[in-house]
Design a binder for this molecule. Sequence first.
Ligand SMILES: Nc1nc2c(c(=O)[nH]1)N[C@H]1C(S)=C(S)[C@@H](COP(=O)(O)OP(=O)(O)OC[C@H]3O[C@@H](n4cnc5c(=O)[nH]c(N)nc54)[C@H](O)[C@@H]3O)O[C@H]1N2
Ligand SMILES: Nc1nc2c(c(=O)[nH]1)N[C@H]1C(S)=C(S)[C@@H](COP(=O)(O)OP(=O)(O)OC[C@H]3O[C@@H](n4cnc5c(=O)[nH]c(N)nc54)[C@H](O)[C@@H]3O)O[C@H]1N2
Ligand code: SF4
Ligand SMILES: [Mo]
Length: 747
Amino acid sequence: MTTSRRKFIKISALGLGGVAASTSALNMFGANTYLDDLVKQNVATKFKRTATYCEVCFWKCAAWAYTNEEGEIIKLKGNEIDPHCNGRLCPRGTGGVGMYNDGDRLKTPLIRTTINGEQTYREASWDEALDLIASKMKDVKSKYGAESFALLKHGSPGSHLEHLFKSYGSDTIAEPAYAQCRGPRETGFGLTVGSWIGSPEPTDIRDTKCLVLIGSHIGENMHNTQVQEMSDAIDNGATIITVDPRLSTAASKSEHWLAIKPSTDIALLLAWMHVLIYENLYNKEYVDKYGYGLKELKEHVKDFTPEWAYGITTIKPEEIRKTARIMAAAAPSTIIHPGRHVVWYGDDSQRERAIAMLNGLLGSWGNRGGFYFKEKIKIPKYPQPAYPTPKWGWEEIGEKYPYAEMGITSELIKATIPNENTEHPIKGWIVAGTNLINTVPDREMILKAMDALEFFVVIDTMPMEITGYADVVLPECTYLERYDGIRSATNREPSIALRQPVAKPKYKSKPAWWISKQIGERLGLHDYFDYNDFEDVIKWQLNKLGTSLDEMKKIGVKKFERKSGPLFLEKGQDYEFATNSGKIEFYSDELASKGFDPMPIYTPHPEPPQGYYRLNYGRSPMHTFSRTINNPNLSALKDTNKLWINPKVARILDLRNEQVVWLENQDGIISTFSIKVRVTERIRWDSVYLYHGFGHNDKKLTRAFGKGISDTEMISKVHIDPLMGGTGLRGNFVKILTEDPHKNIEI
Ligand SMILES: Nc1nc2c(c(=O)[nH]1)N[C@H]1C(S)=C(S)[C@@H](COP(=O)(O)OP(=O)(O)OC[C@H]3O[C@@H](n4cnc5c(=O)[nH]c(N)nc54)[C@H](O)[C@@H]3O)O[C@H]1N2
Ligand SMILES: Nc1nc2c(c(=O)[nH]1)N[C@H]1C(S)=C(S)[C@@H](COP(=O)(O)OP(=O)(O)OC[C@H]3O[C@@H](n4cnc5c(=O)[nH]c(N)nc54)[C@H](O)[C@@H]3O)O[C@H]1N2
Ligand code: SF4
Ligand SMILES: [Mo]
């Protein structure tokens, strides 16, 4: 093992982490060493530590927040016993305190008003804003039914609002973490092994011998324990195989980087299955016992040889064979990682199914070094009446997708635009914790929908793009200033974590639980909010769980014993998978009966027209989506994105490093802002690449405004997954403009 490999994406105990930690990162996190020095000098007792969990992304790492005598938050540190972080926060998590300190935060409720013919916001009191919202919700309910008020949400605030909506009678609810994120993988794995992957993923990376990443860029995708476990796996000699058209950080640390032609992954997956089956390398004992439909699969992949796949994927046949043999040799301690943001080309549930099937052939599901059987603690429900049953909800609106198991954001938005279906009108929205403008593709559609709304509320911490369209804007306080629901997530062993206020809410901001309760009471829903403070709810729940708020304040995280049985299958154990056949389904009768392909097939996708390049995007290690770009700590580490261009393309177009360019997509959409070029071999010549989340166009974001290009702005075409409605985002093409297209136009 070389040292450079060992250094791979370690998240250090100080929270300074990541491959991309630069000198400026070191300076920036220098603030933490101050505290550590004090701890060493034994004066740390002056600092108070308060338990919380991070909200900078959805891994929800449990943390200790240290405050000084003035009550200022000095530092965030991972909770040592937390299985989500093992005592280490990623750089974004450490920088979370910047969310609290950001002077650009929303400070007071705002109500849209017109002054001298100009629309603007005026400051309002909480009472006025809440009264207005409640009266509009009553209005919509009496005119159209509660169902016509929709909730678009993400993250912790979403659950409080969801409770309000369900009490009020609406299940017209959706979140981008489904149809713009992981939906297809839940469908693909659900149909094949009978289980959602969920979050955190039940991948036993720390004990794996072979980890295969299909466009999953762990290391830039900073999901904490996965990065840590991958680093350990590399130290322990695991083989990493990365399939990515870009030399991602993970790819650069891999023994095998397969620089696949974008959109052709299913062909590779089929060829791998061909090799495993026809070279008799699959896990025969496991497949005989737990598999269903191998015979059909064998016939199906007969002609999908590595030579066939080579013509499609550009990956050499010997490379396909070699990597298949490596996976088989390591099996069942092999993981073909499901990925997470998997809405790519519209056939995503089928690609995920192919991934699940490969894992099945290798015997990875339920085996050490593969996938473990996850478990979580059910949080007892605080006493309340049953929710009313809505007449319709997210399932009834828009196009129907048989395997959609949650609301589809884009369908809900589309259905808001007045259409011939008058049965399910959507007239009001509350948007909480999601910046739809930078999150959901097809901006024109979103603008039209917002235009058609009778009433529109946004609950956010920051003046993001979406807030500018609302009738009422409510400032939520940050996660460091509030209680939220007890964290309970699946893991190797169940655990819970506490979030409580570390500091008093700044300005006039308030927590989402309070906002929901206030609106609920104004709607006469007192019985659903039968507590004074959310603390009461948490206290009650913790007592039911055999602990207490006092104990949780001391420990932050509590682990529980597993009750569902061992982590892995015993040798020869009888086991029923939660599929129709009770087995891992290589062939799906269920899909066939609904008119879908019972086994995945490869279909070619549109290619970039002459002069255009495929728009590829991904995660910046120092940021979460668009939400952290303005964060003072994190923008100091990375304040803009760049456009990665292959040297061949740079030569053809005569582009240099740092040159300023603009983008125009296949539908003639031109980027609002410019971006600097980064010429690099790390991206294929048929694509360009940029980090997601940049290109903010709200001037109130003083650090983020106008920095870089928003990938979302360039995505106007979506390829919809016919199984579950996911919006494939990777079929957009851009050309590079070297002249300012906005000359003489003020933005
Ligand atoms: N083009 C493109 N689109 C994508 C993706 C992509 O890579 N490219 N990724 C997709 C994926 S995987 C996902 S999961 C989604 C994510 O989608 P979103 O979660 O919508 O992503 P953000 O843009 O970060 O928007 C979060 C919003 O919540 C606000 N916020 C942050 N903390 C709080 C809080 O505590 N309370 C409240 N009320 N608001 C808060 C932020 O200020 C911000 O406005 O985006 C999807 N969309
Ligand atoms: N730092 C950071 N970490 C995050 C987040 C964040 O905002 N910031 N968000 C979190 C969330 S909610 C999610 S869903 C995950 C998403 O994280 P992942 O699921 O790991 O990543 P994606 O964004 O889907 O993948 C981007 C990679 O896919 C490659 N790619 C593009 N096209 C193709 C193709 O056709 N085939 C193949 N094989 N590869 C392709 C790109 O080159 C890039 O390397 O990240 C999570 N972690
Ligand atoms: S992975 Fe990082 S940003 Fe996400 S919850 Fe953990 S510390 Fe916070
Ligand atoms: Mo996501």
